[in-house]
Ligand binder design. Structure first.
Ligand SMILES: NC(=O)c1ccc[n+]([C@@H]2O[C@H](COP(=O)([O-])OP(=O)(O)OC[C@H]3O[C@@H](n4cnc5c(N)ncnc54)[C@H](OP(=O)(O)O)[C@@H]3O)[C@@H](O)[C@H]2O)c1
Length: 324
């Protein structure tokens, strides 16, 4: 198999994790990085032994040095960056949330289709072995019918530590930053179309810093998803069934989980290949290799549904962005 040649767009915080992970993926090679600053691009390229540095994103989009790109810019720039590369025929793996609202994500999906190229949201949690294993166990019926899920991803930060989280014009807030993990997780087990959505949040300067969401589903199940940028709480998830439950510590990157039915508890270990990004890169490479425009594991419609849900939640808690 020919290796897919990847480029990184926006070498910031999270791009480091991708650059490390891709070295463990035999189907891929990291050949380029594009930065708005030449010095920054060069420093990143040196750190990860990357052949080509592009000053400016357009220069990489126009070049034929890469087949696919990983977009690691802050949320509001996902859509314009992804569009730029899609329009030059490059496949795109774009950080979460794929866009800031459903309207943008729908447009991006159309753009990928028109250009006949692959597009996927980099929601790595969906691809790691533990989450795949939990889905198998739930499907097996061991815990009975799923009637409840609690998923929480909260942490305490500050404007001094990470300004963009607290800036409305950067699509700041906890829901889009980490609440998105809980919503994707719930959707794997209960679907993406709750019949009722309610939410409470603490909103400061137009950004939600503590958010609790309740989702009710037609099948008779309720999920609760919490996210925060100003609160410490374990990032755990529970799936409750009619016969037992599953507990996932650090659910978004879980390496192990616990299945409890009555008095009996089983610990199941399902480690990731590395830090957790390898599996999503493998899936993207496999789709590109086979000429698929989207992944069955995370189709465009699912990313759009998650944003539609977040649009709905934001309307309820009064968080509006300039791009809405
Ligand atoms: N999957 C995960 O586990 C995970 C974890 C953290 C974050 N994320 C996601 O990854 C994305 C990036 O987060 P991050 O914390 O890595 O971002 P960041 O470090 O703040 O920014 C990443 C890079 O984006 C580029 N950029 C382009 N336009 C920009 C602008 N107007 N302002 C600031 N930077 C701009 C900059 O690169 P150049 O100047 O070099 O071009 C910057 O270094 C977010 O959408 C976030 O949700 C995902």
């Amino acid at each position: 198999m020919k290796k897919i040649r990847w480029g990184i767009v926006g070498p910031g915080e999270i791009a480091n994790k991708f650059a490390k992970a891709i070295k463990n993926v035999k189907e891929a090679s990291l050949v380029a990085v594009a930065s708005r600053s030449e010095d920054k691009g060069k420093a990143f390229a040196e750190k990860y032994d990357i052949e080509k540095v592009f000053c400016g994103y357009e220069a990489m989009a126009e070049s034929d040095a890469v087949d696919a790109v990983y977009i690691a810019t802050p949320h509001p720039f996902h859509k314009p960056c992804a569009e730029l590369f899609l329009n030059f025929g490059k496949h795109v793996l774009c950080e979460k949330p794929i866009c800031v609202n459903a309207k943008e994500a729908e447009a991006l999906s159309i753009c990928a289709g028109k250009n006949n190229v692959f597009l996927m949201e980099a929601m790595w949690t969906r691809f790691i072995p533990s989450i795949i294993k939990v889905q198998e166990i739930v499907r097996s019926g061991v815990i009975g019918e799923v009637r409840g899920i609690d998923a929480s991803f909260c942490y305490a930060s500050s404007i001094e530590e990470e300004a963009k989280l607290f800036q409305n014009d950067m699509a700041g807030g906890s829901l889009l930053d980490v609440g998105v993990y809980g919503l994707h997780f719930v959707s794997l087990f209960l679907g993406n179309n709750p019949i009722s959505v309610s939410a409470e949040a603490i909103v400061e300067d137009g950004c939600d810093c503590i958010t609790n969401v309740l989702l009710r589903y037609e099948r008779g199940a309720i999920a609760s998803v919490s996210s925060a940028t100003k609160l410490q709480k374990p990032a755990d998830a529970y799936i409750y069934g009619t016969k037992g439950h599953i507990y996932l510590p650090h659910f978004y990157g879980a390496q192990e989980f616990f299945v409890r039915c009555g008095e009996e508890e089983t610990k199941i270990t399902a480690p990731s290949l590395g830090d957790g990004f390898e599996e999503e890169i493998i899936e993207a490479c496999s789709c590109i290799e086979h000429g698929k425009l989207e992944s069955k594991m995370l189709p465009h419609a699912e990313s759009i549904a998650m944003l539609r849900l977040m649009d709905n939640i934001r309307e309820k808690i009064g968080v509006k962005y300039p791009f809405d």
